[in-house]
Design a protein around this ligand. Structure first.
Ligand SMILES: [Zn+2]
Ligand SMILES: [Zn+2]
Length: 167
């Protein structure tokens, strides 16, 4: 899979967003699919913060080529500002195909616009919690009401973790 820095759109979009803030420290985004949906005591002590959100996304089954949309593509971010650099870890919660019922979990495909919305919200959190930028208007989470089939918890990794549909 093309999870190499510079090629995955999450990396390029993140770099575009964070560059706009002209922060002194260099921030990096990496994927980490073993992130927990809560911070443990050690992570907290090390200065990690967490942001859990969701977005509209498409999924494509590689087995039967079924594709579906979901407004509940959940994502877990852990982020920390170190002495000279910042690090963001991202876990995209996956979903199973309901057509072929194959246990393979599929990653969400998030389009540019949605990705920027997610990253903008994340960066507001970073500015607030790591740089003490006061009282930014975070706004209400924008839920895009597009037509999607009813959510099926059995097929959703985030539901299994209990972090889906937090609103
Ligand atoms: Zn399938
Ligand atoms: Zn779910």
């Amino acid at each position: 899979m093309a999870d190499v820095p510079g090629t995955n759109p999450w990396f390029t979009h993140f770099n575009n967003c964070i560059d706009e803030e002209e922060l002194e420290e260099r921030w990096t985004l990496n994927f980490n699919y073993s992130l927990e949906n809560e911070l443990n005591a050690q992570s907290r002590a090390e200065g990690w913060k967490i942001y859990v959100t969701s977005s509209f996304a498409k999924f494509t089954c590689l087995r039967c080529s079924n594709s579906w949309s979901s407004a509940r593509a959940c994502m877990v971010f852990h982020y920390r500002l170190g002495r000279k650099s910042g690090l963001v870890l991202l876990r995209l919660l996956r979903q199973q195909c309901r057509e072929c019922n194959n246990p393979i979990m599929h990653k969400p495909q998030v389009n540019s616009e949605q990705m920027y919305q997610v990253l903008d919200r994340l960066i507001l959190k970073i500015l607030k919690n790591c740089y003490r930028v006061p009282n930014l208007e975070e706004g209400e989470r924008v839920l895009i009401h597009r037509k999607t089939k009813p959510h099926e918890s059995d097929f959703c990794e985030a539901c299994h973790l209990g972090i889906c549909n937090q609103s």
